[in-house]
Structures are given as structure tokens and as C-alpha cells.
Design a protein around this ligand. Structure first.
Ligand SMILES: [Zn+2]
Length: 126
């Protein structure tokens, strides 16, 4: 258990660019040093991937909610939740059923609205 913990700390130290620490403070063999470097890179890459995926997921959901609102769709929150649960399948369905047309800034309130819509969904201005 203590051995595992020591190797884990040594590995994590490499993720956070503490590779300048000498291996001697962790009492590592050269083989362990190489293995832990690779493990550290893998863990670091996994953390970056998870953060990027989570960020992309949130950006996508915020975009869907804003796009649905700009197009005057009822229940923009529903669409956001739908895409949140179904991911790319749901996104595809959303892109197919949303009202088509260019989204442009409203001349009155500056929020985005469909170019062809009769009334702005934000300020109800024509
Ligand atoms: Zn408006």
C-alpha cells in the first residue's frame, strides 16, 4: 500500500512538470523512472482530454440553448437538456427540426434572431 502510494506520488509529480525533482527523492530504479514518466504522461493526457471534452460539452449545450432561443423555438431549455442526454444523435435531430434561416443581430435589442422571423423572440420588436 505504501509502495503504491509512493509510486503514485512520484507519477503525479511528473504530470505537474516536477520532473526536475531528482528520482532519488522517490528512491526509484531507472526502469521505474521510465515507467512512471510514461504513466505520468498518460494520466496528464487523460486529464486534459476529460477537461477538453467537458468544456466542449458545455459550450455545445450553451450554443444549443442560445440558438434555439434566437430561432424563437419554444423550450430552449428542453432542447439543451435533450442534447445533453443524447449528444450527437440529439444534436443531429435538433439541427434537422430547428427553423432554418440566417441568425442576425436584432436592430432593436442586439440579441440574435432569425432574419426571416416576424417578431424578435427577445424584445418582440418587428
Ligand atoms: Zn430584439
Amino acid at each position: 500500500m505504501l509502495e503504491t502510494f509512493r509510486l503514485l506520488i512520484a507519477s503525479v509529480s511528473r504530470i505537474f512538470s516536477a520532473s526536475t525533482w531528482p528520482d532519488s527523492i522517490f528512491d526509484l530504479s531507472p526502469e521505474q523512472s521510465v515507467a512512471l514518466s510514461l504513466l505520468g504522461i498518460a494520466i496528464g493526457a487523460a486529464i486534459v482530454e476529460v477537461l477538453m471534452a467537458a468544456t466542449g460539452y458545455l459550450v455545445l449545450l450553451v450554443w444549443v440553448a442560445g440558438d434555439a432561443r434566437a430561432r424563437g423555438m419554444d423550450g430552449s431549455f428542453f432542447w439543451m437538456a435533450f442534447v445533453a442526454c443524447t449528444l450527437f444523435g440529439g444534436l443531429l435531430i435538433y439541427l434537422m427540426v430547428r427553423p432554418a434561416g440566417n441568425v442576425v443581430p436584432c436592430s432593436t435589442c442586439e440579441n440574435k434572431r432569425l432574419e426571416v422571423s416576424a417578431l424578435c423572440p427577445h424584445c418582440a420588436h418587428a
